[in-house]
Design a protein around this ligand. Structure first.
Ligand SMILES: Cc1ncc(COP(=O)(O)O)c(C=O)c1O
Length: 449
């Protein structure tokens, strides 16, 4: 019992300490992590029974519940259907699957479904070092779990984007079943429109991984991949989309080709890759969707503005921020080459000591195998924006980062300023403070409409 007691105490203490550390005392700049409003947290706390339940079964072609294999589904079915319909309304599409428990799961089901629908095991993707996610790569899910043959698109390092002409030739030669765009290091919109025709010509489906930028798309501040020609959008619901940890897939049922693909993707969700789909997150997905409908435009605008402000400020103060000739970024993130200051590993660790949390990152010209000490860091601004940071706050934050990066001050000294500064940002903006407030908002809007 002594071992058990010690471990248990440690577990509980660490759980409390973590909340204080990352939520209250740190400035979070990891580009893949979102932040939830009080209303989203409230609905998550309310859903403890849902957290115990199952709803295995098939969906129909609207993404609604078609058949469930367990009893007790009276309200679960309504919850699943409403969450799906809110997502469809937000992204202006007629099909979704919200049963994915993560962005990786969304990719798994989509890649698997499409490789079944096309009977083609080839997938063309951006190279990993140029920002693709490990789940797209031959070293990750796509190659090692799904056994897809992965062929890389051409990347233009100067443009920090996919090279359209060379990639068209690659797609024509490879004749894949899937072309996947979208990325983890994602500064500028990908050429969806430009690669649509060749993708169709070779009989492939165009997938766009919007894990990072889903909230910006909802806010109209990043390319709309479905409008530009993507067949499927896969995403996480917890990065710039400010919901619970989870995933979703979007698409439009337009013709037989899409019907065949949607059916295959749905089969890849259930029964092939999910049993329990973490139902308790679905009401919170709906709350986050409403928040983006109401506040998404302003939130996305300020997020991108903050990222661009940081890019410009760090660049003016001597850092090699990527994309200087293009305004640094059109998304929530920037990338900085910190080789002159010891590399990504040293910089990320020292910033962590100052309670500024971000990650080291491969840059497009890095060796893909050098993940331990890559040239860069990636900085995301979606969390601080939601906590109320405006341009002047971003500049002050950049000063604190510069102190650490350029060895001007010791991280421990900077930490004192970080702790003091962070105290000003103890609210979450661009969201609802409670479910009651959200309900009152929609009732008011209904009356006024
Ligand atoms: C482009 C991209 N796709 C997929 C994922 C995986 O998402 P999740 O962590 O929800 O599985 C990530 C993670 O950051 C990502 O950057």
């Amino acid at each position: 019992m002594e071992d058990f007691a010690n471990l248990f105490t440690q577990l509980i203490e660490a759980s409390y300490a973590h909340e204080q550390y990352r939520d209250i005392e740190c400035i979070n700049l990891i580009a893949s992590e979102g932040i939830k409003s009080p209303a989203v947290k409230e609905i998550m706390r309310l859903c403890m029974d849902l957290e115990c339940r199952y709803s295995e079964g098939d969906n129909d072609l609207q993404g609604h519940v078609k058949e469930r294999h367990y009893q007790g589904q009276k309200y679960i079915t309504i919850i699943e259907n409403c969450a799906a319909d809110l997502v469809k309304l937000l992204f202006k599409c007629n099909w979704t699957d919200v049963r994915l428990v993560s962005g990786t799961h969304a990719n798994l089901a989509t890649f698997k479904g499409l490789s079944m629908a096309t009977k083609n095991r080839k997938m063309v993707v951006a190279p990993l070092s140029c920002g693709a996610h490990i789940s797209h790569d031959y070293t990750g899910l796509a190659g090692q779990v799904l056994s897809l043959e992965i062929i890389n698109l051409a990347y233009d390092i100067n443009e920090l984007n996919i090279d359209v002409d060379k990639s068209i030739d690659i797609i024509k030669a490879a004749r894949p079943g899937i072309v996947t765009l979208g990325a983890s290091l994602f500064l500028f919109p990908h050429p969806v429109k430009e690669l649509k025709e060749v993708t169709e010509e070779v009989g492939a489906y165009l997938v766009y991984d919007a894990a990072h930028v889903l909230g910006l798309i909802a806010g109209g501040e990043f390319q709309d991949p479905l409008k530009e020609g993507a067949d499927f959008v896969t995403a996480s619901t917890h990065k710039t989309f400010p919901g619970p940890q989870g995933g979703l897939i979007l698409g439009n049922l337009t013709d037989e080709r899409m019907e065949k693909a949607i059916k295959a993707v749905q089969r890849a969700v259930f029964p092939l890759s999910a049993s329990n789909v973490h139902l308790a997150r679905l009401p919170a997905v709906g709350v986050a969707a409403l928040e983006l409908k109401v506040f998404g435009r302003e939130l996305a605008k300020q997020t991108v503005r903050n990222a661009q402000t940081a890019g410009e400020y760090l660049y003016e103060h001597g850092l090699k921020v990527l994309g200087a000739d293009k305004g640094f970024t059109r998304s929530h993130q920037i990338a900085v080459d910190v080789r002159a200051f010891g590399g990504g590993k040293r910089v990320a660790k020292d910033l962590e000591e100052a309670n500024i949390i971000l990650n080291k990152n491969l840059l497009p010209y890095d060796d893909q195998d050098n993940r331990d000490n890559p040239s860069g860091i990636r900085i995301g601004f979606q969390d601080v924006t939601r906590r109320g940071f405006k341009e002047s706050d971003i500049k002050y934050l950049c000063d604190l980062m510069l102190d650490v990066i350029t060895y001007r001050r010791k991280p421990q000294e900077v930490k004192k300023d970080v702790l003091e500064f962070k105290k000003q940002f103890n609210k979450v903006e661009y969201g609802f403070n409670s479910i009651k407030e959200a309900l009152e908002y929609v009732e008011r809007e209904l009356k006024n409409s």
